[in-house]
Design a binder for this molecule. Structure first.
Ligand SMILES: [Zn+2]
Length: 448
């Protein structure tokens, strides 16, 4: 290794070490006085403007709900969410720089050489390369990870873990990525080597199949690595949910809960799994802080995902996007290798040393399609909201849920901002949709 590269390497390691130390110490110091959670008000009373009346106005009702949120809570939540816009950029730039370093310092070529010295067996070579790659990139990205996932989450009162348990989750995450993404990497390089002209289509098919496999095993084999999932047995909560499920043709016998409060103060629920492993789970934060009306509104939304086959639709959209990504990779890789392949000592697309270039091109692709992905997801979420309003008939519960979710999502963005950055409808739009539904269904509430 020529001296300047060696010096640069040492300098880089020192920078990473110092940044990690600084962030870790900062985070530990912050723990001495943990910031309070940014708890949004739990509105018990429906505001007067949102009460059924002859002159019920959806906009006035929406504004009345929004007016219940103290200005300082809104400011803090906006700061957190808008900071997230910048995090998309910093994540992209930081990871791109790491990829460029691995290529230009020829660390990637060296990791490939080492794996070739250990074994002649190609799939094992690929895995050994992957092992070095994931260890090195995890270390290089660690300062940003610890800031974004630990320090920043604590600053806004959204995290509940101390550093030790957080680090434990990081290690578990590393283990899952090491095995699952390692298998995917071995599979994709196998395809590229055997099918040099058509790998882009088979690669897309294999990646989609792998994602379906991931969705299938996640509830049973991955989620329990991090959290405890249990059957809910409180009939006061379970019965109305199962009744709503039966009314909408959902063959659910159980509702599950997850101890998300171990990591976060966020309230949420989700539909996970596939076919027989598909299940509806609500997290313990929602269970603890949500009113019965709010829980029903949220469950109605989740059932919407289920009834409208959103998992299958999302997989189809994913497949289309991933085919586009592979076509772009096919051209992008040959374009870049023609120019810099020799300099980076990469022999071709079937050479494992090409991985940082693949990651760099994938980063650019996903950065560019972020607004499209967000808009596709937001559309599906809006559909689930409409279904949920009709199924649960709890517009005020829905409004309350939107306010609680405002603890980590900006309530009142501009339309372009919402289009680019929001993967769910904004709180304001969700409350307005609920109040519009209420305005058109007022006779349902006539006796209340
Ligand atoms: Zn949803």
């Amino acid at each position: 290794m020529p001296l300047p590269t060696r010096r640069l390497t040492a300098l880089l390691c020192l920078i990473v070490f110092c940044a990690t130390l600084y962030v870790t110490l900062g985070a530990t110091a912050a723990l001495a006085q943990p910031p309070s959670a940014n708890e949004m008000p739990s509105v018990i009373q429906v505001p007067p403007e949102a009460q059924p009346s002859a002159h019920f106005d959806a906009v006035a009702a929406t504004n009345a709900y929004l007016a219940q949120i103290p200005a300082d809570k809104t400011a803090r939540s906006d700061a957190y969410f808008e900071g997230g816009y910048w995090m998309i950029l910093w994540d992209f730039l930081y990871a791109a720089i790491v990829s460029l370093l691995l290529l230009n310092l020829r660390w990637s070529a060296r990791m490939r050489d080492l794996s070739e010295r250990i074994t002649r067996f190609k799939p094992i070579q690929t895995f050994l390369y992957w092992l070095q790659y994931i260890v090195l990139t995890t270390l290089l990205l660690f300062p940003l990870t610890v800031y974004e996932d630990y320090f920043r989450e604590h600053k806004y009162g959204l995290a509940t873990q101390t550093f030790g348990p957080w680090m434990g989750d990081q290690l578990r995450n590393f283990g899952v990525d090491l095995v699952l993404l390692g298998l995917l990497t071995m599979m994709l390089f196998g395809i590229v080597r055997r099918l040099p002209r058509t790998w882009w289509i088979w690669g897309a098919v294999a990646t989609t199949a792998f994602m379906i496999f991931g969705i299938l095993i996640a509830p049973v084999y991955i989620v329990p690595i991090f959290n405890k999932v249990t059957r809910l047995d409180d009939p006061k909560i379970v019965e109305p949910i199962l009744s709503m499920a039966r009314a909408n043709g959902i063959p659910a016998k159980d509702v599950f809960t997850i101890d998300a409060s171990k990591q976060t103060t966020r309230m949420s629920a989700n539909v996970s799994g596939f076919a027989k492993t598909m299940r509806i789970t609500l997290n313990d934060n929602l269970l603890r802080r949500g009113s019965p009306e709010e829980i029903q509104a949220v469950m109605g939304h989740e059932m919407g995902h289920y009834v409208m086959n959103h998992i299958y639709k999302s997989i189809t959209v994913f497949f289309i996007l991933i085919v586009l990504a592979f076509v772009y990779l096919y051209w992008g890789l040959s374009w870049a290798l023609e120019r810099w392949g020799e300099k980076w000592q990469i022999r071709g697309v079937g050479d494992t040393a090409v991985l940082p270039l693949v990651v760099l091109l994938a980063l650019i692709f996903s950065f560019v399609v972020t607004p499209i992905g967000n808009s596709l997801n937001r559309t599906v979420e809006y559909e689930a909201d409409m279904f949920g309003l009709n199924a649960a008939r709890q517009p005020d519960g829905m409004a309350q849920a939107a306010i609680h979710l405002g603890e980590y999502r900006k309530m009142n963005p501009g339309p372009v901002e919402e289009w680019i950055f929001f993967d769910h409808p904004s709180g304001r739009n969700r409350i307005y949709a609920a109040m519009r539904w209420k305005a058109e269904n007022l006779k349902l509430f006539a006796g209340q």
